[in-house]
Write a protein that binds this ligand. Structure first.
Ligand SMILES: Cc1ncc(COP(=O)(O)O)c(C=O)c1O
Length: 453
């Protein structure tokens, strides 16, 4: 392919110029004392952290290191239930036990958001031996955990660190229109996918630490184990470049994009067919069909046909991620694509502004008992499993992780007792044709459970 396609040769060649390795003068990510040390120090200054680590394996590796560095085997970590799978994988690899805390359902948006501070406080009181609190803010939809500052205070009163997965919020705190960043609100460890909302290359991310509640040596040792011994210089260079853009541009970096986004939102206000909703992050636009004729999935497919690639879709919304590079032309293209789609799917106006989403399902108790997900449990400790019909599974212990997607909030974890509500919910979701991840039976007729002794 390389030989047949001169364009591929040209762009690969351009990247190749910076695709070096640990040659003299190029420093070493795992023992930085030169250019990489300086780049990480400047990043810490820019994001107001005490220490910043560059990650070349995305926020995934940051979550693995921050969680693994805070809770060891059988130690408890309090975790918001709607977390990215990398946080669950961290608990699986570290062998820590997770106390899941249910998020709040926001009726107006029709979406699950963040957790309440009082729920975290209650979890900390119930499990005073917990070693850390882990939450995600913002989520895919741009919804921030509104009580993050209070959550940090509760964690600190209990003497434990607050770890925040801010994968979607690397730009937070850099404009008066954005929510404050997790570091500003008191988090001890913050993981950001710089490649998502700032102009870094895919897999480029950062782990920021502040204060002394996180064991830096342990986190650093884990990063050395988890990250390649040949980290990508193009990715590291792009992290430094993204930091430089932000450091030198500050809020002005986003002004032009916000102006065109505001205009787009204003224009859609009078549109009888399509509406747009912004939750906490003005860079995330939730587009929906006011007439409820098109689901988010269909609207997303139609936009793709028009060359517009969106962040994600669910039954109601298509989520659009804007960036500091979003310009007038992009949003004019979006506007004209929506007009085209409307012409292809003429629909009557049925209602205005009502947000419907059936992302809501009954979650198990707001604070779960500690659940061990230990992936490396000794074979003798590995439970035997049997397969039962979903309808007959209530009261049994799930051996599978069951994740309706979207919204991607696990309904069941391995080791969790299946409530009647959860079994009913799973059957209902299956009958509604929802996509369910993590379960072996793709038709969701059966589920694996732990065989009772
Ligand atoms: C909330 C959240 N955390 C972490 C991750 C993992 O990020 P990355 O793809 O940078 O590894 C994702 C990925 O989408 C995510 O949505």
């Amino acid at each position: 392919m390389y030989q047949q396609d001169p364009a591929a040769a040209a762009w690969l060649g351009a990247i190749g110029v910076v695709d070096a390795t640990e040659l003299p003068g190029l420093d070493d990510l795992h023992e930085p004392e030169g250019a990489i040390e300086e780049a990480q120090r400047l990043a810490a200054e820019c994001f107001q952290a005490d220490r910043t680590f560059f990650l070349v394996g995305g926020s995934t590796v940051g979550n693995l290191a921050a969680i693994g560095g805070s809770a060891a085997r059988d130690e408890i970590i309090i975790m918001q239930r709607n977390v990215h799978k990398s946080a669950i994988h961290a608990a699986m690899l570290s062998g820590s036990s997770v106390v899941f805390v249910a998020p709040e359902y926001e009726e107006k948006a029709g979406l699950y958001g963040g957790v309440r501070a009082e729920t975290i406080a209650e979890a900390l009181q119930t499990y005073p031996q917990a070693k850390a609190v882990f939450v995600t803010s913002p989520n895919y939809y741009g919804m921030a955990v509104r009580e993050l500052e209070r959550i940090a205070a509760h964690a600190h009163d209990a003497g434990v660190p607050l770890i925040v997965d801010e994968a979607h919020g690397a730009h937070f705190g850099f404009h008066s229109r954005f929510p404050r960043s997790a570091l500003q609100l008191g988090a001890d460890a913050v993981i950001q996918s710089t490649h998502k909302m700032l102009p870094a290359m895919t897999m480029g991310a950062m782990l920021h630490l502040q204060g002394d509640r996180i064991n830096i040596e342990r986190v650093q040792r884990l990063l050395r184990m988890l990250q390649s011994s040949s980290p990508s210089y193009p990715i590291m260079a792009s992290l430094d470049w993204a930091r430089w853009k932000l450091h030198t541009g500050q809020s002005a970096l986003f002004d032009d994009s916000l102006t065109v986004i505001d205009q787009f939102v204003k224009d859609l206000e009078s549109n009888e067919c399509y509406g747009v909703r912004i939750l906490d992050d003005p860079m995330k636009l939730l587009l929906y069909d006011r007439t409820k004729k098109l689901t988010g999935y269909v609207l997303q497919a139609e936009l793709t046909k028009q060359g517009i690639y969106t962040e994600m879709a669910d039954e109601r919304y298509v989520v659009l991620a804007c960036s500091c590079a979003t310009d007038k032309q992009d949003l004019e293209h979006l506007g004209s694509a929506l007009r085209e789609i409307h012409q292809g799917h003429p629909s009557e106006k049925k209602e205005n502004g009502d947000i419907f989403s059936n992302n809501k399902y009954i979650l198990p108790p707001s604070i779960s008992p500690p659940i061990s997900l230990d992936y490396f449990a000794r074979r003798s400790e590995t439970k035997r499993t049997i397969t039962v019909n979903v309808e007959q599974s209530a009261g049994m212990v799930s051996a599978e992780m069951v994740i309706p997607y979207p919204p991607g909030i696990p309904l069941l974890f391995p080791g969790e007792t299946i409530t009647q509500e959860a079994a009913d919910q799973l059957a209902r979701l299956r009958d509604a044709g929802a996509s369910v991840q993590g379960i072996k039976d793709r038709a969701v007729r059966t589920i694996e459970v732990v065989q009772s002794p």
